[in-house]
Design a protein around this ligand. Structure first.
Ligand code: PHE
Length: 451
């Protein structure tokens, strides 16, 4: 069977941006900035992006494009051994696990969008009321499981249509729509009283609040937001035409992803500061702080609907990209039909995600060393599997395959860039061989408590 290819560069850029722009930008980034020293964290994050995120991101797309295979075959053929194939398989499994709990969170968002539509998110009298409402939803297993199933089913529908007709078409529609809704929210936010405070909070570095855990969060955020370390970019890269200029494609994706994180933070904090709410309220920012804010401002209803609609748009294109590596693998290595493969992955991810969906209700008391099922599986992916997957991709390119070979491939279609900016050679060589793997190891050792 002929392997699919994106219809154009724009098609790839939008599909990959759709993957990159997700809950991590709109939900996680604002609260990480809020709890880790504002501008200081933003600067640190940009450094992690440049020294670790971008090199891994480019390596993964390059591995995919060079081999034209899903991660298992791709790693195996470039690494030249079955062990590398197993490393590739690990990244596929990581993507699958991510898709299982990502759908649960996206399900909550879908549920909240319905709440917003029904007018249930903008008439709270106190923070306590918001918390009670939030708990009543989270403790309702049917609610969480139902929306998880609905979201997964919807993602499967898109995936069945294929790479061009499904993933690419939907991304071409949803990514511009998302940018439009976000800009509308930013304009609204900037017209509110909290704008000035939000800008200084975001851009003035507050170094005292930055701790070692901030460094770990910044790196983890760079990985998660670029969808690296989990087979996604290798797979999306495998649908890229061999002659495509990878630098010209990667640059707008990373730029767009970063700008959207910053704009989302700006919108969220302007709204939050407009009523003097607490910026550093952790993950509860979206589900607890914002509904309180929506209750205190005049256009609360439409803002609530627009906000959760925005987050949902971002989640759809990311979810399908987390499922695609496993689907591509089953099609390629198990010779399954695409529709069968989508069914298996969607059903599998639904079942694996079910305990996460129920971890605030009937499985509330089932914990692993104090962690709920949801925390355990998302922690395992974000803190261990994803960094290890990214590390293996740079080692594969930087050491096993060799930077020289890698650069030869990277220059295909991108020679103009390398002539205009010869420092790109040194940048990639230095990062792929030294700075990126070393930084990942240091942060990883710190995260597991060795350093
Ligand atoms: N990049 C997505 C986000 O920012 C998350 C994601 C990770 C999606 C991995 C797909 C694969 O939310």
């Amino acid at each position: 069977m002929k392997r699919p290819v994106w219809t154009s560069r724009l098609g790839f850029v939008l599909a990959a941006s759709g993957s990159a722009i997700g809950l991590a930008n709109i939900w996680r980034f604002p609260y990480l900035v809020g709890t880790n020293g504002g501008g200081a964290f933003v600067l640190l994050y940009l450094m992690c992006l440049g020294l670790v995120g971008v090199p891994v991101f480019v390596s993964e797309i390059l591995i995919g494009r060079t081999t034209g295979r899903a991660p298992y075959e791709a790693f195996r053929s470039l690494g030249g051994s079955l062990s590398w194939g197993i490393a590739g398989k690990m990244t596929i499994i990581t993507g699958f696990l991510v898709s299982s709990f990502y759908s649960v969170v996206a399900g909550w968002i879908l549920g909240y969008l319905v709440e917003a539509f029904s007018g249930n998110l903008h008439h709270f009298g106190s923070a306590k009321e918001v918390a009670i409402h939030h708990t009543s939803l989270m403790e309702n297993g049917t609610w969480a499981l139902g929306y998880h199933a609905l979201f997964m089913g919807f993602s499967a529908l898109i995936l069945v249509l294929g790479v061009r007709q499904g993933i690419e078409k939907v991304s071409r529609l949803l990514v511009p729509l998302l940018i439009f809704v976000l800009i509308a929210l930013v304009i609204k936010g900037l017209s509110m009283d909290g704008a000035e405070k939000a800008i200084s909070f975001l851009f003035e570095p507050n170094w005292e609040e930055l701790s070692t855990s901030g460094v770990i969060y910044a790196l983890g955020q760079a990985f998660f937001t670029l969808s690296i370390g989990q087979g996604t970019m290798v797979t999306y890269g495998s649908y890229v035409d061999k002659k495509e200029n990878l630098i010209s494609s990667a640059a707008p994706i990373v730029a767009m992803d970063t700008i959207i994180s910053l704009l989302a933070a700006l919108a969220v904090f302007s709204i939050v500061f407009a009523v003097d709410a607490e910026p550093a309220s952790g993950p509860g920012l979206m589900f607890k702080t914002l509904p309180m804010v929506f209750s205190q401002i005049p256009s609360g209803y439409s803002l609530a609907v627009a906000f959760f609609f925005l987050v949902l748009l971002a989640a759809v294109t990311s979810q399908i990209s987390a499922m695609e590596p496993m689907i591509a693998y089953l099609v390629e290595s198990w010779k399954l039909k695409r529709s069968t493969s989508v069914m298996c992955v969607a059903l599998g991810a639904f079942v694996v995600g079910a305990p996460s969906a129920l971890s605030s209700s009937i499985l509330k008391n089932v914990t692993f060393g104090g962690w709920s099922f949801f925390d355990a599986i998302s922690g395992l992916c974000s803190n261990i599997l994803i960094p290890v997957g990214g590390f293996l991709a740079v080692i594969l390119v930087g050491w096993k395959w060799g930077v020289r070979q890698g650069l030869v491939q990277l220059r295909l279609g991108a020679d103009g860039w390398f002539q205009r900016a010869p420092w790109l050679n040194q940048y990639f060589t230095f990062c792929l061989k030294y700075s990126t793997p070393v930084l990942i190891i240091l942060v990883f050792l710190n995260a597991v408590g060795v350093l």
